[in-house]
Design a protein around this ligand. Structure first.
Ligand SMILES: [Zn+2]
Length: 374
């Protein structure tokens, strides 16, 4: 087995899980936030900087690396870890989310999905077998089965059909996965916002005995309360001795609420994307750095943060960099936002350890919602 999940304890206040995930490239402490490096790079950050902010695992995207530079080139380079100079754990998604988001540019059959590249319009075909070939070539520690992420809203018949195909594809992925010693394949629970369909999906996938389970099809435009409701009934369906990964979720409130509902792993492009647009997540809410009120604000971006950005620079300087369209703006804002979420999860783990995650949530929200919600 490529990975082993160790449940250390459950928070007495909430049932949130504190754990360790043992992988071929090291141990991950959970619950964890995973920075996203779509194109084999976490935008604007070097691996050394990611290590300085204590990133334990990063995520990369199969769809993007398959199209450019190509999985065979990455394999020739010695695999993704060597290619991008990152020696800690990596997780790759299946490309399903991106392919299904292409709309008119793709055609779904039982065999797989035919689509046109968003880069040059060239035609491609992804099947469960092809996705396993690509993910095996990339060589991440944790890999995802090829799934269909149903849109929101979607009618029940569509979601049922889609989740049943996702299960059949999960079986094919399991059969095609060639590197079970070094790469753990996760099944992805779908079923939209329908409780009986989530139950069906979880039951079918748990029967296939994957080393870990993802919860897909959330954070696709539904209200957050609905996502929490789906999590409330979905996580209890998953085995206690396997890691649970909630895909595409990265706002501070959703990380805390997800951990409370028994999720171990999260990823999202949100912190780096909004950083490049000049927005910071801070302990006292959202800061939009271009706002005029920061022109002469010589205090740190977040008064309660000890990241490289907050220790050395002021809001006035960051605003100047952003207005002048300087590259350093993206770098410093990304440094802060990533550090903020990584540090938030460290605090969540400490709160679970001390059986006070509910108290921590209430304290965090009291400060955070002082300004605008992200
Ligand atoms: Zn900071």
């Amino acid at each position: 087995m490529a990975i082993r999940y160790e449940l250390i304890k459950e928070c007495k206040q909430t049932g949130a899980r504190l754990g360790r995930l043992h992988t071929p490239h090291g141990i991950i402490e959970t619950p964890i936030f995973m920075p996203v490096g779509t194109q084999a790079t976490v935008k604007a950050m070097t691996p050394e900087e990611l290590k300085d902010m204590q990133a334990q695992i990063i995520l990369s995207n199969t769809y993007h690396l398959y199209l450019r530079p190509g999985h065979e080139l990455v394999k020739e380079a010695g695999g993704l870890h060597k290619f991008m100079n990152w020696d800690r754990p990596i997780l790759t998604d299946s490309g399903g989310f991106q392919v299904f988001s292409l709309g008119d540019l793709r055609k779904i059959t039982e065999e797989g999905v035919e689509f046109q590249s968003h880069i040059d319009g060239s035609k491609h075909f992804l099947s469960p077998e092809k996705v396993m070939e690509i993910e095996n070539a990339l060589g991440a520690d944790i890999i995802m089965a090829f799934d269909e992420c149903a849109p929101y809203p979607a009618d029940k018949a569509y979601v049922k059909n889609s989740l049943e195909r996702t299960t059949r594809w999960a079986v094919r992925c399991k059969e095609a996965h060639k590197n079970t010693e070094n790469q753990a394949l996760f099944g992805i629970v779908q079923g939209g916002m329908y409780q009986d369909l989530r139950e069906q999906s979880a039951r079918e996938l748990v029967a296939l005995d994957f080393p870990g389970y993802s919860i897909g099809g959330l954070s696709v435009g539904e209200p957050k309360e609905l996502m929490y409701e789906v999590l409330d009934y979905t996580t209890p369906l998953l085995p206690k001795d396997k890691p649970r990964y909630l895909m595409g979720v990265g706002s501070p409130d959703a990380l805390i609420e997800g951990a409370i509902r028994g999720v171990d792993m999260f990823d999202c492009v949100l912190p780096t994307r909004i950083a490049r647009n000049g927005t910071a997540m801070t302990s006292i809410g959202k800061v939009v750095i271009k706002n005029a009120k920061y022109t002469r604000d010589f205090t740190p971006l977040d008064p309660n943060c000890d990241c490289y950005c907050c220790k050395n620079y002021t809001r006035a300087y960051l605003r100047h960099l952003y207005k002048a369209d300087e590259i350093l703006s993206s770098r410093l804002m990304s440094t802060h936002n990533l550090h903020f979420l990584i540090n938030l999860m460290k605090q969540v783990r400490e709160a679970i350890m001390n059986d006070r995650l509910l108290d921590f949530r209430n304290e965090f929200f009291a400060n955070y919602y002082g300004e605008t919600q992200l």
